[in-house]
Design a protein around this ligand. Structure first.
Ligand code: MLT
Length: 249
């Protein structure tokens, strides 16, 4: 087993992901929100890489069963039903719904990795479940950190380091790239108190400034979920909706 880590989606083009097993991490907040929405009964998430495309495909949606969610500069976009706060995605609002999701970094990273054979999303919320799943799958893994405006960000890298550390509890002698080793090292230096770490990152500070302090708490809940969100044919669902997924759990 070998684990690669990419610190930004700009580190690889779409074709890099062809046939790979990829895990996208956007702790603040897209992959935490996706986990929350699916755990609260959303039927599926449709990640998109532009607002225009979100509006275009929402034009085909009818009957109130499809919502559009996401953010620009952390804030809900005019005309969208939901922002990108996990707290927006309550059972009452999302149960049974398809959600088109556009976010600055996270949804774009997922779309960039769409040619992966297995494509999943991870955050602190489902970290242990994802580690066990990846170990059972036994494939070479690429962890794609969504980063912050195309650049490195600490929170996604620390989550990547912790994910690798969890996988190593199941299996020794995993081959790690230099970036994977660096993410483990950063998770050891900065990852002790997740909530504090998140609130001190650039993106965390911006969220607090914009009134989303409660999201820091929501995104810091380690292993509150055992979801394995799985992308196929343009939508993210949970395995029960994707019977072909071998969860190994
Ligand atoms: C992103 O995709 O960059 C984030 O989820 C942005 C945010 O919600 O602040």
């Amino acid at each position: 087993m070998k684990i690669h880590t990419l610190f930004s989606p700009l580190n690889a083009d779409e074709l890099y992901f062809t046939g790979r097993t990829t895990v996208v991490i956007d702790v603040l907040r897209a992959t935490s929100t996706i986990d929350t929405a699916l755990s609260n009964g959303a039927k599926e998430i449709i990640p998109v890489d532009s607002v225009e495309f979100a509006m275009k495909i929402s034009g085909n949606a009818f009957g109130g069963q499809t919502l559009i969610g996401g953010e620009r500069n952390t804030k809900k976009i005019d005309g969208f039903h939901l922002g990108n706060s996990p707290l927006d995605y309550s059972v009452e609002k999302v149960s049974g719904k398809s959600i088109i999701l556009f976010t600055t970094n996270g949804s774009k990273a997922i779309v960039r990795a769409k040619f992966s054979e297995n494509l999943h999303t991870c955050s602190f919320l489902n970290l242990s479940a994802m580690a066990e799943y990846l170990y059972n799958l036994g494939n070479e893994v690429t962890i794609l950190c969504a980063g912050f405006n195309g650049m490195f960000c600490l929170e996604d890298t620390i989550c990547a380091g912790k994910l690798i550390t969890e996988i190593e509890k199941f299996k020794e002698n995993i081959e790690l790239t230099d970036a994977s080793k660096a993410s483990i090292s950063l998770s050891k230096s900065f990852g002790r108190g997740i909530k504090k770490m998140l609130s001190e990152t650039q993106h965390g500070k911006l969220l607090i400034e914009n009134g989303f302090e409660d999201d820091i708490e929501a995104c810091s809940q380690s292993n509150s979920s055992s979801s394995i969100p799985f992308y196929r044919s343009g939508v993210i669902k949970l395995p029960k909706e994707n019977p072909e997924v071998k969860t190994g759990l």
